[in-house]
Write a new protein. Structure first.
Length: 331
């Protein structure tokens, strides 16, 4: 189940369901323009969703839990309660997600490349996506099992986090417009390309996606350009590249080309005479010792010279460093 925000401003609870080999979507409950009207506050920092919502969902044999429904309504909570609950978000979430199963990997491999490009940019911000085929499949585990409508609502929500000066760059990347240019800057500085050629390339890729039957599989559409694609037309022609990004990229390249790296100078270990003073054993005997024998000797000396036992701090530090150096050489 998912929450769909319609172009009319209304909200709809929808569900992706399988129809043979296709994934389709169906409407479950019309929430109107203010889903918050279905929230009930019994007191304190608690809330629940009006029982009429879940009763309607059950009557349609929808698959859901009360927790899933409440999660969909979180953005419409009272601001004070939303802030309170936000402080608890993420607690107990230290456990990682389960490894991918073979079925999940196969489903991810079948995900549409346009969806992967969008998800890759939104997660990583990469302009040059030539490495997308080498990315771990786990990055795309949110894509399978969703109908086309649910996927578009998923990206519609994620794209709201994009800064205004990143929208044009995002569209340039996800429609893979760099393939239409031979200039070297096509991979890093698209703002330097010919705007007219870029507009033509964008419209060509948009039409190609509109005609892609695999992309629209299971989605009911009329003869006009679907709203999910039409919004990209508005965003593209109403947005521009960040005017300062080219300058920042030039400065970054300049700095990278003038960086020099040097390996740190190796620290000189204690000489043989000092090793005798530290361990009370000839240096050649120390080097013949096994790791276990050396560790046993170090523990005896450390116990004897520990600052808590009245030993000198500097001597103890030097003893520890010499032991680490000798132990490292025995690996």
């Amino acid at each position: 189940m998912y929450l769909a925000h319609l172009p009319t401003g209304r909200y709809m609870l929808r569900e992706s369901c399988r129809d043979g080999n296709l994934l389709r979507n169906r409407d479950l409950f019309d929430l109107g323009s203010n889903p918050g009207q279905f929230l009930v506050y019994p007191g304190g920092n608690s809330f629940y969703v009006n029982e009429a919502v879940e009763e309607s969902l059950r009557a349609q044999d929808a698959l859901f839990t009360s927790q899933e429904v409440e999660h969909l309504f979180l953005p419409f909570l009272r601001p004070d309660l939303r802030r309170t609950l936000a402080s608890f978000a993420g607690r107990g979430g230290g456990k990682g997600r389960k490894p991918l199963s073979q079925i999940e990997e196969e489903a991810i491999n079948q995900a549409h490349l346009f969806d992967k490009r969008r998800h890759y940019f939104l997660r990583c911000g990469n302009i040059n996506q030539t490495s997308i085929f080498g990315v771990t499949p786990r990055l795309f585990r949110d894509l399978p099992g969703k109908s086309r409508d649910e996927l578009e609502q998923f990206f519609l929500h994620a794209e709201r986090t994009l800064p205004a000066d990143q929208i044009k760059l995002y569209l340039y990347v996800i429609f893979n417009l760099q393939q239409h240019f031979t200039e070297m800057i096509a991979r890093t500085l698209p703002e330097g390309l010919d705007p007219g050629q870029m507009d033509e390339a964008f419209l060509n890729e948009l039409c190609r996606l509109n005609d892609d039957q695999a992309f629209w599989s299971g989605f009911a559409r009329g003869g006009a350009l679907p709203w999910y694609l039409a919004r990209y037309v508005w965003l593209y022609f109403d947005s521009g590249f960040d005017s300062h990004r080219g300058e920042q990229e030039y400065i970054r390249r300049f700095m990278d080309s003038h960086r020099q790296f040097r390996w740190p100078e190796p620290k000189a270990g204690a000489d043989d005479a000092r090793l005798v003073e530290l361990f009370g054993v000839e240096a050649r005997e120390l080097r013949k010792m096994s790791r276990r024998e050396l560790t046993r000797l170090f523990r005896e000396k450390a116990h004897q010279h520990h600052p808590d036992k009245g030993g000198e701090h500097d001597f103890f530090v030097e003893l520890t460093a010499a032991y680490d150096d000798l132990l490292l050489k025995k690996k």
